[in-house]
Design a protein around this ligand. Structure first.
Ligand SMILES: Nc1ncnc2c1ncn2[C@@H]1O[C@H](COP(=O)(O)OP(=O)(O)OP(=O)(O)O)[C@@H](O)[C@H]1O
Ligand SMILES: [Mg+2]
Length: 474
């Protein structure tokens, strides 16, 4: 969202570093500087930066000590540590103390941008409060995120959130795509006793199996080819806080077993390690999959299911709560009025009927996108039926997806059988970016938004995959 510029606090005793950050990131971010750790701590409290980037080696208080204190002041600010090559041990220690990530000096600028962008996104997840619409009967307020809807089905959801938030238990959030699972996870976090501690999210569908394991549990040096240093995983990093496992239906059986152990005994090993690591993390999980069916097919562990299913928050489909549509529309109009610079007052009668009659297979996300697009297309201050682009929902709409699926299956089979040397993730990423660039006619800003990645990341991938021919000039 193009709100105000994100604020980054750079803590380093070297003037050069401040100069480089200003030069590289100054146009995208609002940059504040501190020359000592002590000053960094003061500025953290005074300026409320979104992200801190801090050197480890500084005269006076060092970066590790400052990191610990920052975590006590506000555990929600991601701290990226900088360190010279050759001091990996300290960098790894910093991760154990909850640093968001580390960067090795001298910087790889693309990586630095990517890390800072990720840290900022993570910061947004923790910072942007999520309120429940029925709280104190509030009207639309766009300063944070809001769960909108007063239907009976949503009242049930609010009741559940209220009941589970303050208890330190694992919660399973279930619902179709776009029904608000992530929003609910963040609402639970915000209303929990861990609200000032960090919240990290891992999307289990976004990573291939072995990378997911590493991401969650970390790994030891030498655990596999390429594991040149120990790596701290999210479970360790978020100690004391909340971990949101999105799309747990996509986890492999091996990873499922490891998660079960964490829930049962609060312990795990890093990949390739023998040391048992104990910690204290609250787990929130979400899925749109039919876990019961998956159990029958042997794809999901029954014992893990029972552990997760103790407290479930089921989210209704939008179709089951159509009476909430007008309120949702009002909310999105207010919310995106700022972004699009267009003040749209409402939707006319015919448009409203169209919106109420539609089936919304993509649920609230689809409604949100539809309204956002209509706001751009609208000629006057009211959205008309012509401004709404709603695809007919038919059996056929599902067909291309089937073909896509088959194509994917074929690639996976080739790799599994060893007849192809490609790696799945880069291949998928490339195809996806290609598709989006074609659809957006090479508009990088739009493509980055569609893909949900920073435009610098997109630029980097375009170079990597040689897709320069697809981007539009200017
Ligand atoms: N009740 C709601 N009130 C306001 N906005 C909502 C509501 N539910 C969902 N949204 C918005 O719809 C979009 C999708 O929500 P979210 O990402 O939480 O869905 P999800 O269930 O996690 O979807 P997916 O399964 O596709 O990941 C977000 O932009 C979110 O802010
Ligand atoms: Mg989601």
């Amino acid at each position: 969202m193009a709100d105000v510029k994100a604020k980054i606090l750079i803590v380093d005793d070297e003037t050069n570093i401040h100069y480089s950050f200003e030069k590289i990131l100054g146009s995208d971010y609002d940059i504040a500087s501190a020359q000592t750790a002590e000053d960094g701590l003061l500025k953290l409290e005074k300026l409320h930066p979104d992200v801190v980037v801090m050197d480890i080696k500084m005269p006076g208080m060092n970066g590790l000590e400052a990191l610990k204190r920052m975590r006590d002041i506000d555990g929600r600010v991601p701290v990226v540590m900088m360190t010279a090559h050759g001091s990996m041990d300290t960098a790894i220690k910093a991760m154990k103390y909850g640093a968001f990530e580390y960067l090795l000096k001298p910087f790889d600028i693309d990586r630095m941008r990517e890390v800072i962008q990720k840290a900022f996104q993570s910061s947004q997840l923790m910072r942007r409060s999520v309120r429940v619409a029925s709280e104190k009967g509030e009207k639309t307020d766009i300063s944070g995120d809001m769960i909108v809807g007063t239907s009976e089905a949503m009242q049930e959801v609010y009741k559940l959130i209220g009941q589970v938030a303050a208890q330190d238990v694992t919660v399973l959030i279930r619902g179709d795509s776009g029904t608000g699972k992530e929003l609910v996870a963040r609402a639970i976090y915000h209303h929990s006793r861990r609200a000032k501690a960090p919240f990290l999210e891992v999307n289990c569908a976004a990573l291939p199996e072995n990378l997911l394991e590493s991401e969650l549990f970390g790994y030891e040096k030498g655990a596999f080819t390429g594991a040149t240093e120990r790596r701290i995983g999210k479970f360790e990093q978020v100690d004391g806080g909340t971990l949101f496992l999105d799309e747990i239906g996509e986890m492999s059986l091996v990873t499922q077993a490891k998660i079960l152990r964490v829930i049962q005994y609060g312990e795990f090993n890093r990949v390739g390690g023998n040391t048992v690591i104990r910690n204290n993390v609250r787990l929130l999980a979400a899925t749109n999959r039919n876990l019961e069916e998956m159990i029958k097919k042997g794809e999901f562990r029954e014992d893990l299911y029972y552990r997760l299913n103790v407290i479930t928050v089921p989210l209704p489909e939008l179709q089951e709560r159509k009476e909430d549509i007008p309120q949702l529309i009002e909310y999105f109009l207010a919310r995106y009025g700022k972004d699009t610079g267009r003040s749209i007052q409402g939707v006319d009668k015919k448009a409203m009927k169209k919106l109420m009659d539609y089936a919304w297979p993509g649920n609230v996300r689809q409604l949100e996108n539809c309204i956002r697009r209509a706001m751009v297309l609208a000629k006057g201050v009211t959205i008309t039926a012509e401004d709404l682009e709603l695809e007919a929902v038919s059996e056929e709409a599902l067909l291309p997806r089937q073909n896509e699926d088959d194509a994917l299956d074929a690639i996976i089979d080739q790799i599994v059988q060893g007849s192809s040397q490609t790696q799945l993730w880069p291949e998928m990423e490339k195809r996806l970016i290609e598709k989006v660039l074609v659809k957006t006619r090479g508009n990088q800003v739009q493509a980055a938004r569609v893909l949900g990645i920073h435009r610098n990341t997109l630029r980097n991938r375009i170079d990597r995959y040689g897709l320069n021919a697809l981007i539009s000039g200017g």
